[in-house]
Design a protein around this ligand. Structure first.
Ligand code: FES
Length: 169
């Protein structure tokens, strides 16, 4: 792909370029737009959990796409953040199965424990509590939440305390 992609002076690391190449190779020739989600995921992970306009521009340049085609994906999907957030992302599912099994109480409990509301990060920058999460496809383990892509199911207030304690800085 485009080795010179720098996104207004912000270069993509060799690792992120490697990840993007990996995703591009999964799709037919000329369909590299399909790699945008994988590319943004890799770039966001390396940038501490959020994307900047410069990084999104660099991804667009690397994939030889108009920047709008990258920006619109980043702003549409809930797994992408376009402003600085805490290092560890927490998603509490409050969709139907989880709601019926106490998901909203779980969210309230996490908010109280962290001292923040959904959509905010803790002052020390450790946690980010996502504003809302749709079904994460673990309904049989409701209520559940996800921290940094790891699922925790059949939650109780006690298990939440233990789970949060185990998250390293
Ligand atoms: S409703 Fe929560 S995982 Fe499906």
């Amino acid at each position: 792909m485009n080795e010179q992609a720098k996104g207004n002076g912000v270069p993509l690391s060799a690792h992120v370029r490697e990840e993007i190449d990996h995703w591009v190779a999964k799709f037919p020739e000329g369909r590299h737009r399909s790699a945008v989600i994988g590319a943004l995921h890799a770039a966001q992970h390396e940038n501490g959990g959020y994307l900047t306009p410069e990084i999104m521009t660099a991804v667009a340049e690397y994939l030889k796409l108009p920047p709008i085609q990258v920006f619109e994906v980043a702003s549409f999907y809930s797994m992408f953040e376009t402003k600085p957030v805490g290092r560890h992302s927490i998603s509490v599912c409050t969709n139907i199965s989880c709601m019926l099994r106490g998901g909203e109480e779980i969210l309230a409990h996490v908010e109280k424990r962290l001292g923040i509301k959904a959509g905010q990060s803790t002052p020390d920058g450790k946690f980010y509590l996502k504003v809302e999460e749709e079904c994460l496809a673990a309904c049989c383990g409701a209520p559940m939440l996800m921290i940094d892509h790891v699922y925790h199911e059949n939650l109780t207030p006690q298990s939440i305390a233990e789970i949060l304690e185990l998250v390293k800085d």
